[in-house]
Design a protein around this ligand. Sequence first.
Ligand SMILES: NC(=O)c1ccc[n+]([C@@H]2O[C@H](COP(=O)([O-])OP(=O)(O)OC[C@H]3O[C@@H](n4cnc5c(N)ncnc54)[C@H](OP(=O)(O)O)[C@@H]3O)[C@@H](O)[C@H]2O)c1
Length: 339
Amino acid sequence: MKAAVVTSFGTAPRCADFPDPVAAGRDEMVVSVIAAGLHPRVRSQANGSHYTSTGVLPLVPGIDGVGRDADGRLRYFVLPEDVTAGSMAERAVIDARRSVVLPSGTDPLMVAAAMNPAMSSWIALRQRIQFTAGSNVLVLGATGNAGRMAVQVARLLGAGEVIAAARDAGLLAGLAALGATSTLLLGPGPGPGSDSGPDSGDPGPDGSAVAGRLGPAAAGVDVVLDYLWGQPAATLLTALIRARADGGRPLTWIQIGSVAGPVAPVPSAALRAARLQVVGSGQGSVPAGAILAELPELAREISKGTFGIDVRAVPLDDVGQAWADSARSRQRIVITPAV
Ligand SMILES: NC(=O)c1ccc[n+]([C@@H]2O[C@H](COP(=O)([O-])OP(=O)(O)OC[C@H]3O[C@@H](n4cnc5c(N)ncnc54)[C@H](OP(=O)(O)O)[C@@H]3O)[C@@H](O)[C@H]2O)c1
């Protein structure tokens, strides 16, 4: 069969022949893959940098997707984290217990694009903490695909205030339409004499630029969904704790992604000055069973069009170009082996 094949971790996958997968276990089945999302997690799987990487090559990337089973039904499926025959192929072996049959009329591209970014906040709020309706949420990194989903998921789950924080003012302005009640621009912003680049998210050692932009809602943030980590997280954490109206009010920081850096220099005083709890949400910190239990309801929400995401379908033949594009595109690329 044709598949996207990685033969070296330094090189993008290319479309090539790969052995047909064979179902072995009682719950396994072969599906024709309709759509497989090119998520950041898939990029790190393909370049060997993800924390679950086993280093085995050759590798077909793709951790999830939508396929058609032998009975003609569409299924969203999640593959095991150490899979080497992934979903970016004409066919994939899936475990029926790690899949969900989609309602008829579902757009497979939308589901393949949206499940991974939507799941990041859905699982964090439903499985990682005891989230109560009315709690105030801040999404750090709100203009990415997962961040935009997080704004929508937080609203759906009954959040009170939803503060969207990111470095791009133009993109932030569009998030009110998704449910953000206010926005926070990260970084130093325009102005002469500033030597911190917008990428750093660091306005200075005391975070004064970000602190100065915090609106009144920041004093009552209950939960932070953090896709950035690195310096932007450290800067915001310090500013939020200083802004707290009630030091005894719990603040739960959920670490989900680290696009701004793998390490964040958190000042010790920030940990002592508030009832702060830092937790992570991802493979390993949430049991696989708990993640799978959430698939049907989330798939239903996506199938009925609850969330918006900008999708671009790319044929398997063009996977090399898709890899290059995905590094700079804001769209969620979906590889379509069997369309
Ligand atoms: N743990 C989980 O369950 C889980 C699930 C899904 C995703 N994730 C992780 O979540 C993260 C985001 O995923 P995604 O799908 O949203 O990716 P994405 O669509 O590529 O978006 C990345 C976002 O990060 C922003 N960004 C990049 N570098 C930045 C920096 N230095 N400072 C501030 N902002 C920066 C970009 O901002 P601009 O818009 O300004 O360029 C963009 O909005 C990734 O690390 C992914 O692996 C985790």
